[in-house]
Ligand binder design. Sequence first.
Ligand code: C2E
Ligand code: CA
Ligand code: CA
Ligand code: CA
Length: 275
Amino acid sequence: AKRTGRMKTVVFSDEHEKDVREAALMERTLREADLEAEFFLTFQPIVDSHEDRTLLLECLARWQSPVLGFVSPGKFIVAAEQSGFISTLTPVLLKKALDAIRQWPEEVGISFNLSGHDIVSAEKVLGLIAILMKSGVSPSRVEFEVTETALMMNLDEALANIHRLKATGVRISLDDFGTGYSSLSQIQKLPLDKIKVDGSFVRDLETNDASRKIVSSVTALSRDLSLSCVVEGVETREQLDILQDIGCRLIQGYFYSKPMKEADVSAFLAEQYAI
Ligand code: C2E
Ligand code: CA
Ligand code: CA
Ligand code: CA
């Protein structure tokens, strides 16, 4: 038993060393990357399921690195968040998002993800606001998604900065709702417009009564608080039917579309809007 224990320790520390080396390489590669050229956005529709109309597209970052190849956001966003590099990347991505939206119908907006590092700093938020203002895109077409985890980095600073953002006319949505740790107590402190219910509650909607009840009560809660509510991760017709029965109208997920390249968005929207 003792020997097994020691072997496990060795295996663990090897693995750990590999993780640390990989993280260091990723961080260095990020810092040296050509952000303009290597990073691009994909866009996933958020649909009013009663009308089958896209209201917004969530901007989801992709990295094609000449050194590391294609790196998933699950990896590079986490690495960029850990090192704080994300706040260098975010303005570059926001400019790309605001460029893309220009080609779409006026009624269609973007939903853009912000990290903790982006919203704890007044300077960085003012930088993002400047980019928005300079773009000429109406703030009414722009939403920013924040997570509870991001807010928790420094709630007071984050709150002040979210108020700065809101003052421009953008909307704020709370992403990954239900996966954080504070949920309800924070909601009332935040000037929120929308809640995004995490896809993990949708996965077993057909079979799990508890998931259904959770989504149902979040929907009721958002209605009582006059917030909109989007359910993420909807992949099947069955899930959509259940969600519509519950009263969830705004839907995001593979059922409507996977995240699309910018070049494909216009054709997708053309089927819904006269363009
Ligand atoms: P998120 O903000 O919760 O974004 C939703 C994720 O769910 C996306 O993964 C999307 O592709 C995926 N998804 C959408 N519909 C479905 C579905 O029906 N089924 C399944 N299985 N998955 C679905 P993605 O693009 O890999 O992004 C992962 C995470 O990386 C995002 O989660 C977000 O936290 C972060 N991220 C991506 N782009 C950005 C960015 O520009 N800035 C920041 N700060 N974070 C970003
Ligand atoms: Ca998001
Ligand atoms: Ca989410
Ligand atoms: Ca997430």
